[in-house]
Design a protein around this ligand. Sequence first.
Ligand code: NAD
Length: 471
Amino acid sequence: MSATIESQVHNAIDAAALVDVQRQFFASGKTKDIEFRIQQLKKLKQLIIDNEQNIMDALKKDLNKSPMEAYGTEIGFMLADIDHTLRDIRALAKPRKVKTPLFHQLGSSWVQAEPYGVTYVIAPWNYPFQLALSPMVGAIAAGNTCIIKPSEMAENTSILLEQLINQHFEEGFLKVVLGGVTESKALLEQRFDYIFFTGGTEVGRYIYQCAAKFLTPVTLELGGKSPCFIDETFNTNWGIKRLVWGKFTNAGQTCVAPDYILVDKKVKQKFVDLFIQTTKDFFGENPQQSPDYGRIINERHFMRLSRMLEKGTVLMGGQTDISNLYIAPTLLDSVSVEDVVMQEEIFGPILPVITYEKLDDAIKLVNSRNKPLALYIFSEDKMYQERILNEVSSGNASINECLMHVAQFELPFGGVGESGIGAYHGKLSFETFSHMKGVLKKSTITDLKQRFPPYTEGGTNLIKKMIGWFL
Ligand code: NAD
C-alpha cells in the first residue's frame, strides 16, 4: 500500500454533496427495511473474514500489533459485535409495548425505534479498525446511513477501511472519507442527524459545539486518567497478569488503560516486584525484541511520552528508541501530582505508582480530578471493592480484570463527565443510533366528556379523583 492519506485527499472533499447523497438514500426508505440491515451486516462480517490478513498487515504497519492483539482487540471484536447485533436486531427493531394506565383507556402504547437518518462517525487511531466500525454497526442496525472518518494517523488501516467499505457498499449508505482535521471540520459544517465521536476530550468539546449548531445529538467517547487501586489482598497470579497485560496491550495506547496505580504502602514493594517479573515473563529481558510488544503511533506522540519520563524514578524500563518508535514498558516511582505524567492522560506504556497509607486519601485524590473513563480495583476484599465503587464516579469499572469490560457486550461502554457523554455496545448501540419514539393510540369509541371545555367544577373534581388512574 504505497498511497498516503495526503495523496488520496489532495482534492478538497465536497462535504455537502457527500451528505446530500446519503440524505437521498435515507429518504428512499431502504435502510428502514430490517432485512436490508441484516443483509448489510452479514456482508460486512464476510468482508472482515475474507480480509483478515489484510487487516492484520495494516495494523502491524500502523502500530506493530501482533496477530493475537490484532485479532483479539479489533478483528475478533468486530465479528463478535456483529454476531451480537444480528442475534438481537429483530427484537430490538420491534415496537415495544408499554403499560397503558386506566386514564388512557381505551388505548394502547408502545415505544418505536426510529432511525435518526444521516450519521457521522469520527474515529481515533489507537484501535483504528474497531473504533471506526463498531459505531457504524450500531448505525446500520438502527437503520441509518453513515459517513465514517477514520484517523489520518493510522494511515494503513484507514486506507484499507476506505477500500473495503467504499468498494462494497453504496456511497449513499456507507462512505469512508479519508482525511484529517480539515476534512472532519468540513463535514461538521453540515447538518447530521447523529454524530458519534471517539477521541480526545478537547476535540470532543469542539465536536459538541459544532453539533449544537444543528441541535444534533451526540455520543462523545473520550479519554482521561483511569486509576487502578491495589490493596494487600490483590491476586498475585491472574490478577497481576491481567493488569500488566491491560497496561501494555497496544503499548499502553488504550483509552481504558490503567493510567496510574494507587497502591497500599504495605504491599507496594511486593506489587512492584511482581509487576516487573510479570512484564519480563511477557516480553522478555528486552521488550524491543518481543514480537508481542507494540510501537508508538508517531514521532509527535513519542516526544510527548518521552517528556513524561523526565520526572520521577524509573523502577522498570525507561528506554526509548525514536528510530523504531519504541518506548519500553515503564514503571515510575516518586512522581508528584503536579508532574505532567500525573496531569495529562498518559496514553502510552508508562505507569506511575502512587503509594497511599489511608484509602481515604487515595479516593480523595481521584475525586479531586476529572471523572475517569475506567476504574480498576485489584483486591479480594469485598468491602474495599464496594467502597471504591460507591465513592468514585467513572464511566465503567472492572474488579480484578483489565480492559475486558469493553468486550462484555451486555454492558454499556462510555464515559462520564470529561470522559464522555453517552454509551454504546450491544443493545445500547442500537438504541444510541435510534430515536425512541413513544406512541399512544386511542380508540375513538368513547371518551371522558369532562376533559373538554367548557370546563365545570364537577369535571375538575372528577379529574382530581382520577389522578391515581394516571399510574
Ligand atoms: P483525536 O481527538 O485527536 O482525534 C480523533 C478523530 O478526530 C480523528 O479522526 C481526527 O482526525 C479527528 N479530529 C481531530 N481534531 C479534530 C478537530 N479539531 N475537528 C474535527 N475532527 C478532529 O484523538 P486521537 O489522538 O485519535 O485518539 C486519542 C484519544 O482518544 C485519547 O484521549 C483516548 O483516550 C481517546 N479514546 C477514547 C476512546 C473511548 O472509547 N472512550 C477510545 C479510543 C481513544
